[in-house]
Design a protein around this ligand. Structure first.
Ligand code: 9WO
Length: 226
C-alpha cells in the first residue's frame, strides 16, 4: 500500500512511531510505501503564506484552498494508482475497526493534515473523499491522527504482522474486548494468576477467556454488544 501525507510539519513524521518496530519493518519490506510532503512547497508569493483570515471573521487562521489544491494535485501525480483522499479532523467519521479494515483495502491513501483553525471548506467539499476523526477531542493538528491511522491500517496489510499473527483473531475482530493476559513468574508478591490458566485444562481455559471477554465488554464498553 502507498500512503502520501500532506503536512506543514514533515519533521513530525521523522524518527517517530512510524520508524520503529512493525511499521518500520513493513516499510523496509515494501509493504508500506510512505511518502511525506511539505504543503508549504506549494505556496507562492513573497511570503509563501499557506493561511489567511477567515471570511466572516472569527478566531485564528484558515488554510488556503489554492495552496492545498496545488499540493494535492502535485502529490496525486507522483503515482499512477488512484488515491483515496482523507482529511483528518474532529468533524470526521470516527475511526473504528471496520473503517480501518475498509481503508486497508485501498491501494493508495493521501492523508491531509490541517493546522491552525482548519482548512477552507471548499477543499473538503471538492478535493477530499472522506473526513476521518480518531476521537472526540481537539489537537493542534492532524499529524498525530494521520500516524494513528497509518499504524492501524498497516497492521491489516497482508504480511505486515509476520507469518504468525493475524489481525483477524484479536480485539474487536469478534466485536468484544480482549481477555486479561498473564505471563511468568507465576508467583510474584501476593498477586496471584487466575488458577484456571495454570491448570492445563484447555476447555476450561477457553471458557474462562470467553467469559472474561463478555464480562469486560458488558462492564466497560456495553455499546459494543449487539
Ligand atoms: C482550533 C480552534 C481554535 C479556536 C477556535 C476554533 C478552533 N478550531 C480549531 C480546530 O479544530 N483546529 C484543528 C486542528 C483544525 C484541523 C487540524 N487540527 C486538528 C485535527 N485538531 N484535532 C484534529 C483531529 C483530527 C482527527 N481526529 C481527532 C482530532
Amino acid at each position: 500500500m502507498r500512503v502520501d501525507v500532506l503536512t506543514l510539519f514533515p519533521a513530525a513524521f521523522e524518527g517517530g512511531p512510524l520508524d520503529v518496530s512493525i511499521i518500520s519493518r513493513a516499510r523496509e519490506d515494501g509493504l508500506l510505501d510512505l511518502q511525506v510532503h511539505d504543503i508549504r512547497d506549494h505556496a507562492t508569493g513573497r511570503h509563501r503564506s499557506v493561511d489567511d483570515y477567515p471570511f466572516g471573521g472569527g478566531q485564528g487562521m484558515v488554510m488556503r484552498v489554492d495552496v492545498l489544491d496545488r499540493a494535492l494535485e502535485h502529490v496525486r501525480d507522483l503515482a499512477e494508482e488512484s488515491a483515496h483522499v482523507i482529511y483528518l479532523s474532529p468533524q470526521g467519521e470516527v475511526l473504528n475497526d471496520a473503517l480501518v479494515r475498509e481503508l486497508a483495502t485501498y491501494p493508495r491513501l493521501i492523508l491531509v493534515c490541517g493546522r491552525y483553525e482548519g482548512v477552507d471548506q471548499r477543499f473538503v467539499d471538492h478535493c477530499v473523499d472522506r473526513e476521518v476523526s480518531i476521537g472526540d477531542y481537539v489537537l493542534t493538528g492532524g499529524e498525530l491522527p494521520a500516524m494513528v491511522l497509518i499504524d492501524a491500517v498497516t497492521r491489516h496489510v497482508p504480511g505486515a504482522l509476520g507469518d504468525e499473527a493475524s489481525p483477524e483473531e484479536e480485539s474487536f475482530a469478534g466485536g468484544l474486548l480482549e481477555h486479561p493476559q498473564y505471563t511468568r513468574p507465576a508467583e510474584y508478591r501476593d498477586w496471584p494468576v487466575p488458577e484456571v490458566l495454570l491448570s492445563g485444562h484447555h476447555a476450561n481455559i477457553e471458557k474462562w477467556k470467553q467469559q472474561q471477554r463478555l464480562e469486560r465488554t458488558k462492564e466497560r464498553r456495553p455499546d459494543l454488544l449487539p
